[in-house]
Each structure stands twice: as C-alpha cells, then as structure tokens.
Design a protein around this ligand. Structure first.
Ligand code: UT7
Length: 330
C-alpha cells in the first residue's frame, strides 16, 4: 500500500499589493523588485481574516476534489509560521472545527517554507503504517501579519495564501508518493527569525519597541545557502530513486525568488515549460507556496493525473526537503 496525493486546492486573498504600492511605503522600486526577485504582485488577507480562514477555504476545495466525505478525514496537519495564535490552540484545531470535523488528530508543524514537504513526509508515514486513512495536509500563511512594512529586505517578498491536499492510500504505484526527504540545520537559525514573543524573548514593551515580533531575514546569506541546498536536494532524491531530471513531468520549487529557481532549474536541466512558476503573481507565501503552485498548475491544465512532480523546498530553521510525488487527482 502506498500514500497518494489525491487532490489539491488553494485560496488566494483578493486584495493585491503591487510593487508600485510598495514604492509608496518603502525605499524600493518596481524595477528593483522585478529584477532581483521576479515578483510583481502578492496578495494580502483582510484584517478580519486569520490564517485558519485562508486554510479553511483551501481545504474545502481539496476535500471536494478528493470526492470524499469530510468525516473520512482522520488527521489534519497544518504547516505555518503565522498561526492564528502564537502558542495555542493550533490553527489545525481551528480549521477542523470550521470544517465541522470532530474528534480527529489535528496539529500544526513549524518548518517555515519547508512545512508542506515536512507535512507530506508525516502524512506518508501515517498512511503507509495504516495509522490513518485520509490526511488533510495544509500550508497556510498570513505573512502580512508578521511582516515589517518598514523593512524593504522582507516586505517586498512575502505574501498571503493557502494550499491544501488530501493524502489517501492506493495500491497503484503510478499514483504513489514515491519519496520524501526532509532535513535541517539549526546552526543557521538566525538567518530567518521572528525573535520576539516566544520563551526566549517573551512579549514586552521592549520587544514591541524593537519590532521583534516581525520576521527578519539575512536575505543574501540565505540566498546563497538556498541555491546550494535546493540543488543538492534534487540530485539526491533523483539518485536514490534511480531517476533523472527527464523522468520528472513537473518541477515545483518553493517560490521564494525567481533568480533562485532559475539557478536551480538551469543547474539541473529542467526545461522552463516543465517548471511551475508562480512567484511573479503570489510572491513568497512560505509553507503555502508549493501547494499554491501545484493548484495553479492543475487549474491551468499544466498538471494531470499520473504526472511525476518533483517538489523542492528551503526555508527558516534552516529546513529543506524534496519529494517525488505522482499527482493522483483524476
Ligand atoms: O523563503 C525562504 C527563504 N528565503 C529566501 O530564499 C530568500 C532569499 N533571498 C533573496 O531572495 C534575496 O537575497 C533578496 C531579494 C531578499 C535580496 O536580494 P539580493 O540580490 O540578495 O540583495 P542584497 O540584500 O544583496 O542587497 C543588494 C542591494 C543593497 O544595496 P547596496 O548595499 O548594494 O547599496 C540593498 O540595500 O540592494 C538593496 N536592497 C534594495 N533596494 C531596493 C535590498 N532590498 C531592496 C529593495 N529595494 N527592496
């Protein structure tokens, strides 16, 4: 028995934040942002929308497309760095309640941009061990809530959104999640960090004054490690599955920066028409970026049943990972 990627859904908030809007807020330009990141627009949730609201909308679509009753879902794993509440309850529990699913395992995981791939790894194990039958995996972020719109090094990159998938079981290897790799190195934890509000620097007037509740990123250092790790990840997962780039139908990398994707794509010989690119229109949505990209490809008839997807991710922690997944939505 194999775990299988049965469906996909996403939610993109209506409100757009363009490069031209950002020009009015910080010292930046449309030209700089496009040239250095490839981003043109990102979407921003309303004030009254929390991460669970975005996740709920994406989840509803994924469940409908999976063609299962919501009560057949027996676990929810939600990856986010912008949960509704800092410590508890988990956003996954809130989403379960919004969906009207009772008495199931529901929890959040914190692996930054790699959260969706990490969640896939857990869901795969749950299904293959027989512990669970249908796992709802969600990547959802309201990054605008933790973005400092005075910091041009971060605010031009990040956006909001959510993506969700139902992971079920199959006997058919042509519908299987073939492999997931996930790893980390805490030595670089300072490169991407939201320092305030946790047990190290509990919320205080001082943490507020120092704006420690916002994300901070050493962009250029992160960039250099990202291109290296993303490339090595793909080489390793293809090697250990006896596959090559040409066996992959869709290369779906984390949408952090167009230049990072281009570097990795060229290094690994993925043609542009096999590479899913959404960074220009959504920006970097952290844990939501890969499922949003999968959904985008699906809705644009760029991904079909049986296609072999290669997911590749990298983010705060530092964390990274990759996955070889057959798309099993008919
Ligand atoms: O999602 C998880 C992981 N995150 C990533 O993978 C993101 C990785 N990093 C990046 O995408 C890029 O490093 C950034 C887009 C954040 C920055 O691009 P960069 O090419 O690495 O720029 P830089 O930080 O080296 O800065 C180059 C110059 C600097 O000016 P000087 O010192 O050369 O005069 C910056 O002050 O660009 C300046 N700069 C900007 N200028 C206009 C930095 N940000 C901006 C900006 N607008 N928004």
């Amino acid at each position: 028995m194999f775990a299988s990627f049965k469906s996909i859904g996403s939610y993109i908030p209506e409100k757009k934040l363009t490069n031209f809007d950002l020009e009015k807020i910080v010292d930046t330009s449309d030209e700089w942002i496009k040239k250095r990141t490839g981003i043109k627009v990102r979407h921003i949730a309303n004030h009254d929308q929390a991460t669970s609201d975005l996740a709920y909308e994406a989840a509803k679509i994924a469940i409908k497309r999976a063609n299962i009753d919501k009560n057949d879902i027996d676990a929810i794993i939600l990856a986010t760095i912008s949960p509704d509440y800092l410590c508890m309850p988990s956003t996954a529990c809130i989403v379960a309640d919004k969906l009207g699913i009772k008495n199931i395992m529901a929890f959040d995981i914190s692996a930054a941009c790699s959260g969706f791939v990490y969640s896939l790894s857990i869901a795969k194990s749950f299904i293959e061990s027989g512990l669970k039958k249908n796992v709802l995996v969600i990547g959802a972020e309201k990054l605008s809530a933790i973005t400092n719109y005075k910091d041009r090094g971060t605010c031009v990159i990040f956006g909001d959104g959510a993506g969700a998938a139902v992971i079920g079981k199959t006997e058919d290897k042509n519908e299987a999640i073939l492999d997931v790799m996930a790893s980390s190195d805490g030595k670089y934890s300072d490169l991407l960090i939201t320092p305030g509000g946790g047990s190290k620097y509990p919320a205080s007037n001082e943490t507020l004054k120092k704006e420690m509740h916002f994300m901070r990123m050493a962009g250029n250092e992160t960039f250099k490690i990202a291109v290296k790790t993303l490339t090595e990840d793909v080489i390793e997962i293809l090697r250990r599955n006896n596959l090559t780039s040409s066996d992959v139908d869709r290369f779906i990398p984390h949408q952090a920066n167009y230049r990072i994707i281009e570097y990795v794509r060229n290094k690994l010989d993925f043609p542009k028409n096999k590479t899913v690119l959404t960074v220009a229109k959504y920006g970097n949505t952290s844990a939501a970026s890969i499922p949003m990209a999968i959904n985008d490809a699906y809705e644009n008839n760029n991904l079909k049943y049986g296609d072999l997807m290669l997911l590749d991710t990298f983010g705060g922690g530092l964390t990274w990972g990759s996955a070889l997944v057959r798309f099993a939505l008919k």
